[in-house]
Design a protein around this ligand. Sequence first.
Ligand SMILES: [Zn+2]
Ligand SMILES: [Zn+2]
Length: 291
Amino acid sequence: MYKECELGSNKTYKEVIDNFLPNLEGFYKSPSAYRVEPFRIFGNLYYVGDKKVCSHLIDTGDGLILFDTGYRNASHLLLQSIYDLGFDPHDIKLIINSHGHFDHFGAGNEFRSLYGAKIAMSKVDTDLLREDPRRALMHLSPAPNDDICWPDIEIEDGDILTVGNTSIRCVLAPGHTMGTMAFFFDAVDGKETKKVGYLGGVGFLSVYKDYCREYGLPLNKTELLKDSIEKIRPEKVDIFLGNHPYHNCTLEKRQWMIDHPGENPFINPNGWDIFLNALEARRQDFERLGY
Ligand SMILES: [Zn+2]
Ligand SMILES: [Zn+2]
């Protein structure tokens, strides 16, 4: 069976931030090199992201829901992926920004203006960006002059967003950002239903105390993350989605599907627990190192 992946190494904040833009140089120059052929994860749930950031599409039977629009410079890849699956971006009824960082809401404004989709994001992150827009990290974006993608719908803990046959339960799970949300919904394939879980912010860049000092955020993010992990752990999840591909080994699982026809490593009732254990282990490293 497919083995779930580990979550990164423990560099200092300075090492991470100094390498942030150099690591993105190739992607900013030529996003097409980071293209991923879109594919069906299960039933009405599809991957339409690239190698850098995950985007997921749900066909609700009465319009589409899109989770995250990735980096602004890769919006053409996202569009191409939606078309390649046979969908029409005009049918996107709802875009959900997983959290308030530029690499997840990058194409949102363009999609709203072209196709009229409504955009949802957590109220907590929206308020924090209103207070200090630097927190969207636009200065690290390939389009630093873009507007922040302000939502039409500000989601609160426990809200349920419904389009067509799909209801998405939104659970506030601070850690990566203060307003990061986890999302839970059913994916359907004929008569078969799978429970899907998505933690919409996983990386540790924005957990470092140095980062939180720089952006005027609480310094107890590791404690908040511990509470969030405990809060979402009891959820029954058959398929957990990645926020960036390396969070759930999206690309490796896809390759496995191609190499092993009939097998689907995205479906793993233990995957959610394994993922949260890896997150908790990394969190404990941060605590131990005083990050
Ligand atoms: Zn982020
Ligand atoms: Zn991100």
